[in-house]
Design a protein around this ligand. Structure first.
Ligand code: NI
Ligand code: MN
Length: 226
C-alpha cells in the first residue's frame, strides 16, 4: 500500500504505512501550499535539486523530524554544513533505505542555490516503497533516455512536470509518458506561478487518448494505491 499526498508544485508525501518520505517540500513562500512546513511529519526528505521551489523547507523539516535528507552529493554536503543529517548519493546510484529503494536519475536542468553556488546535477528520482515504484521527474526537459528508465523499471506512478517555461510543457510531458509507459500519471509543477500556468485537464485528456490513466491530484487529499 502506498498513500500519496500532493502538497502542490512538485511536493509529494509518500506513506507506506510505516515510513513517510517527502519529496521537494516547497511550502514556505509557495502561494499554493495547503500546509505549513512545521506540520510535515516525515523522517526522510528528498530534494531533486537546489532551486528554492524544490529544496524549499527540506532542512527545517529534516531537523524538526530528526530525519535524513537525501540528495546528490554536492547538495547533501551543503545540508551537512547546515547541520542536517544527510545521505549522499548521485545519479544512477541506488540505496536500500528503511522505507525501500531509492535511485536518482538524470534530469536536464540546473541546480545552484540562490547565490549561484553549484549544487551538483539536478535529478529525477525513482522510489520503490509500499509495493509500488514511483518516478518523480524533478524539473527537466524532455529527454530520450526516459525510454531507458521505462525499459529498466516497471513504473507504477509517474509524477511529471507540465508547466513549461522552466521544464517540459504539456506536449513534451505527454511524450515523456509515452517514453516511460507508467501505469498512472500525475501532473505537477504547474499553476504555482503565472509563468508556469498550464491546464492539467488538457494534459489528462491527452494522456487518456494514449490509453493511459491520469490523476489530477487535489492538494492535501491522499490517494491510496493498493
Ligand atoms: Ni528547478
Ligand atoms: Mn522548479
Amino acid at each position: 500500500m502506498l498513500k500519496l499526498t500532493y502538497y502542490s508544485h512538485s511536493c509529494f508525501l509518500l506513506d507506506n504505512g510505516e515510513h513517510q518520505i517527502i519529496i521537494d517540500p516547497f511550502l514556505t513562500g509557495n502561494p499554493t501550499a495547503p500546509i505549513k512546513a512545521d506540520e510535515v511529519k516525515a523522517k526522510f526528505i528528498v530534494a531533486t535539486h537546489a532551486h528554492g521551489d524544490h529544496l524549499g523547507d527540506s532542512f527545517p523539516i529534516a531537523k524538526a523530524n530528526d530525519g535524513t535528507f537525501i540528495a546528490v552529493n554536492e547538495l547533501a554536503n551543503y545540508a551537512i554544513e547546515e547541520g542536517v543529517t544527510a545521505h549522499n548519493m548521485h545519479l544512477g546510484g541506488g540505496w536500500q533505505f528503511p522505507f525501500g529503494y531509492l535511485k536518482f536519475t538524470i534530469a536536464h536542468h540546473g541546480s545552484a542555490d540562490g547565490k549561484g553556488r553549484y549544487m551538483g546535477n539536478p535529478a529525477g528520482v525513482i522510489i520503490k516503497t509500499g509495493g509500488k515504484t514511483l518516478y518523480h521527474t524533478g524539473d527537466t526537459s524532455l529527454f530520450l533516455d526516459m525510454k531507458l528508465i521505462g525499459e529498466t523499471n516497471k513504473i507504477d506512478i509517474m509524477t511529471v512536470c507540465i508547466g513549461g517555461n522552466f521544464t517540459m510543457d504539456i506536449d513534451d510531458a505527454v511524450r515523456a509518458v509515452q517514453f516511460v509507459n507508467p501505469e498512472v500519471v500525475i501532473p505537477m509543477h504547474y499553476n504555482t506561478f503565472p509563468v508556469i500556468n498550464a491546464d492539467p485537464n488538457e494534459f489528462k485528456s491527452k494522456v487518456e487518448a494514449l490509453g493511459k490513466k491520469c490523476i489530477v491530484m487535489d492538494f492535501n487529499k491522499p490517494v491510496t494505491f493498493e
